[in-house]
Design a protein around this ligand. Structure first.
Ligand code: FE
Ligand code: ZN
Length: 504
């Protein structure tokens, strides 16, 4: 009887032992991308494979997960799962997630495939290939959720087209474009470490518990199915960083700069999540401020204590990000409220119960700065003068978010920075975004800024209806306040039918 080989040996046979060094061609010609960033790798065999997962085992695991996932998706569809959500307002949060994040899953799929080909370490190649397949699966499962909700709700009918054009979707899009146009090690640091390891809990945990609380099984399903992949991705992120730091001391300052940059870019992107948590979930889970304390201040703090022995310090501007925790969700929501006429989802006037929840969660800021604003807007709406801001905002050259954030020491003053480059002036929302630009101005002067593009006549025309048509958004259906929307009417009709049904 053949002796069973151990898992470690089996893994080696199935991965590293399948690799070879080229002889007809120079290795540097075969792998042209993994050296130009200045990262020094002396020995790829030092790479520890935390999962020791072979491809055959990978396919078996994933196939099992897929079977469960599609069973749940089918039953959600057959049982009219959309009737079980808490309220149709919830869908606006999901629209933002699915139009903003799902295309990034596909970009991640493409770029990890690129890394699987272009990194010369075999362990890292295998990990990147598996992650590439994971990300394709994530994109597919999320598209199934889009497909389901699109049958009943508005704004999900052309998400790929919208992702390339709509002003606020340029925020997640440009984040990922920045990462995929960087070198391979910067991409790993940006996506695998800064996003997936340091910040991902702030996206996925609140989102999935939000979906569960609000009865959205279609979203919970893809979330749970992605979760076990996610733990593998996080481990890869940490492994890459430790590997780079251990290979050569010269790598430390390069990696530190990437951590500083991508922490701040990630933090800005997550402002959208803060808004969703604090404003868009009819049944709340935790506040953005609480999530930041738990997932960044506590868990992130422990991580950076651990990395100190490699000479890595906490990300630059982390103090500012923490300082912003009790205001960004209000600042972002207020902006979307004013510009809902140009968005593919709805906003609404929040009720007193919601305001009380916010003042309990944000005792230092909510009643003082934001409650009066919402009261004023609600009164205006009651008089038929719902506030829509018709002036296009200045955008940050780096994160592409409108200038809506405030000074670190003054929540009543808009934060505004600028830099001169080649005789032009560029504008930023924060010290973090200015810092990123100043380090790579040639990259960011190319930013496709939606507002600038509208003014240059590149977005279908000069009037809002022209631009919305160019976005493929339906006027009066996908956009505007929730109050009075076709979605609200449909939801009320469903709920009335349910009440009648319950009486029979
Ligand atoms: Fe993913
Ligand atoms: Zn910015």
């Amino acid at each position: 009887m053949a002796k069973k080989i151990g898992l470690k040996r089996k893994y080696e046979l199935m991965t590293r032992d399948l690799a070879w060094d080229t002889t007809y061609q120079d290795m540097d010609d075969v792998y042209p991308y993994d050296s130009f960033e200045g990262i020094k790798v002396h020995n790829w065999d030092d790479w520890e494979d935390p999962f020791r997962l072979t491809m055959d085992a990978y396919w078996k695991f994933q196939a099992e997960k897929e079977r469960k996932l599609y069973a749940v998706i089918d039953s959600f569809a057959q049982n009219n799962g959309q009737l079980g959500i808490s309220d149709a307002r919830y869908l606006s949060a999901i629209k933002l997630f699915l139009t903003g994040v799902s295309p990034l899953e596909y970009q991640a799929h493409r770029h990890f495939a690129h890394l699987g080909r272009n990194i010369r370490g075999t362990g890292a190649q295998v990990a990147a290939q598996m992650q590439s397949l994971d990300e394709l699966r994530h994109a597919q499962t999320q598209i199934h959720t889009i497909s389901h909700h699109n049958k009943y709700f508005d704004g999900l009918h052309d998400f790929t087209h919208m992702h390339d054009r709509v002003w606020y979707l340029s925020v997640p899009k440009s984040f990922f474009d920045d990462a995929v146009s960087a070198g391979p090690f910067e991409f790993f640091t940006a996506i695998s470490f800064s996003f997936e390891y340091v910040l991902t809990n702030l996206l996925f945990v609140p989102f999935m518990s939000g979906a569960a609380f609000n009865g959205d099984l279609a979203t919970v399903t893809f979330g749970f199915s992605a979760q076990s992949d996610e733990s593998r991705h996080m481990t890869l992120g940490l492994e890459v960083i430790k590997f780079l730091l251990e290979q050569d001391e010269a790598n430390v300052p390069i990696v530190q700069h990437w951590i500083d940059k991508w922490f701040w870019r990630g933090h800005r992107l997550l402002g959208l999540v803060g808004m969703m948590m604090d404003y868009m979930l009819p049944k709340k889970t935790m506040s953005w401020g609480e999530a930041w304390e738990m997932y960044f201040e506590e868990q992130g703090g422990a991580l950076f204590d651990d990395l100190a022995r490699y000479g890595i310090r906490p990300p630059m501007h982390a103090d500012i990000a923490t300082n912003e925790k009790d205001r960004i969700s209000h600042e972002v929501w207020s902006t979307f409220y004013q510009y809902t006429h140009a968005a593919g989802f709805h906003t609404w006037d929040i009720d007193d119960e919601h305001k009380d929840w916010l003042s309990e969660k944000y005792p230092d800021t909510f009643d003082k700065f934001y409650r009066p604003r919402y009261d004023m807007w609600k009164d205006a709406a009651a008089e038929g003068k719902r506030f829509y801001n018709m002036a296009l905002p200045q955008l940050c050259q780096t994160c592409q978010i409108p200038m809506l954030f405030t000074e670190p020491d003054d929540p009543t003053t808009t934060c505004f920075r600028n830099s001169e480059y080649n005789g032009d002036t560029f504008h930023f929302c924060s010290d973090g975004c200015k810092y990123i630009f100043d380090h790579e101005p040639e990259k960011y002067i190319q930013s496709w800024l939606p507002v600038h593009q509208i003014f240059q006549g590149n977005c279908g025309g000069a009037e809002i209806p022209d631009v919305l048509a160019w976005y493929h958004l339906n006027m009066g259906v996908d956009n505007m306040a929730y109050e009075g929307s076709p979605e609200e009417a449909l939801w009320n009709e469903w709920m009335a039918a349910r009440r009648v049904g319950a009486q029979v």
